[in-house]
Design a protein around this ligand. Sequence first.
Ligand code: MRU
Length: 365
Amino acid sequence: MEKMLATVEPIQWTEAGVVMLDQRLLPGELIYHTYTDYREVAAAIRDMVIRGAPAIGVAAAMGMALGAERSAARTAEEMGAEVPAIADTLAKTRPTAVDLFWALDRMRRHFEALLAETSGIKEPERVDRIRRGLVEEALAIHRERREADEEIGRLGAALLPAGGRVMTQCNAGALATGGIGTALGVIRMAARDRPLEVLVPETRPYLQGARLTAWELQQEGIPLTLITDNMVGHFLKTGHVGAVVVGADRIAANGDTANKIGTYQIAVLAREHEVPFYVAAPVSTIDLTLASGETIPIEQRSAEEVTHIRGVRIAPDVPAAHPAFDVTPHRLIAAIITERGVARAPYEESLRQLAGPARTKSGKD
Ligand code: MRU
């Protein structure tokens, strides 16, 4: 296999606990925290220490493994009584990114399988085997994220123009996945063999574009221009942009895609100016249980993230809204790039082929 591109590691499983890079402090400070309790991992997801749909899924899986590893349970039965509460705490962190619920379901199902597999083994060896099995599953999820990114990158790079400008939104990079990124993975792969410049909207109010994407691209020497969110229309009209490529938090069965707030307006403007708009995401982000984007739960974050920047008030004390995501209708999406292939309209068919059969849990529970 080709050597994977080296990128920043937002999350690692270590003997000391789950180590995460505090993304709230980037790009100014590179601070890693070690978490030894699953409740701390849940708080880190909620408070944006780690963010980005696939990385949230990895954190949730590692949180489950940590909960099991550090639990005082002496038998499989005692552990079985704790697992639902661990999963529930991790599930109640962020509602939109379906990778979170996908990872928790997978860990829960693996726990059930381990229970069955070890039924003939005596305690305490049985519960130890289950602990190890859950850690291995979390590591497998992490590894698969990296492999999926590489494949998405390869498939997506083939769709990007031979050179010139591409636009992204938010941060769908290494920081958001634990691999090379989805949208940024596509850009990274393409930038290896052609001259590309990336237009990076700052992505108010949390500034994932300005703080994270600009930093990741700079680290790798990929040329970029940072723009404010209200420059998107201007650059799509006059800036010779060859393609837009973004990540996703949840993709409904018909292709409607929830991603960072501001993505929808970019897609509308891209259509107006005949710029192809691509979504790059692993199949774990596809939620076939939702027929359309209308029922994707949209996280409402604190108004203070709009009225303040890093604790400094920039607006008077007025009501402010902060939906963290919006939904781009499938008709504006030229293609959805997954690790299993590139889906095109009609998405009901192409997504079902890539991601079916439908999962039973959707994160609504
Ligand atoms: O609120 P965030 O920073 O978690 O939102 C992240 C995004 O919207 C990303 O574009 C999406 O999760 C895809 S990350 C590969």
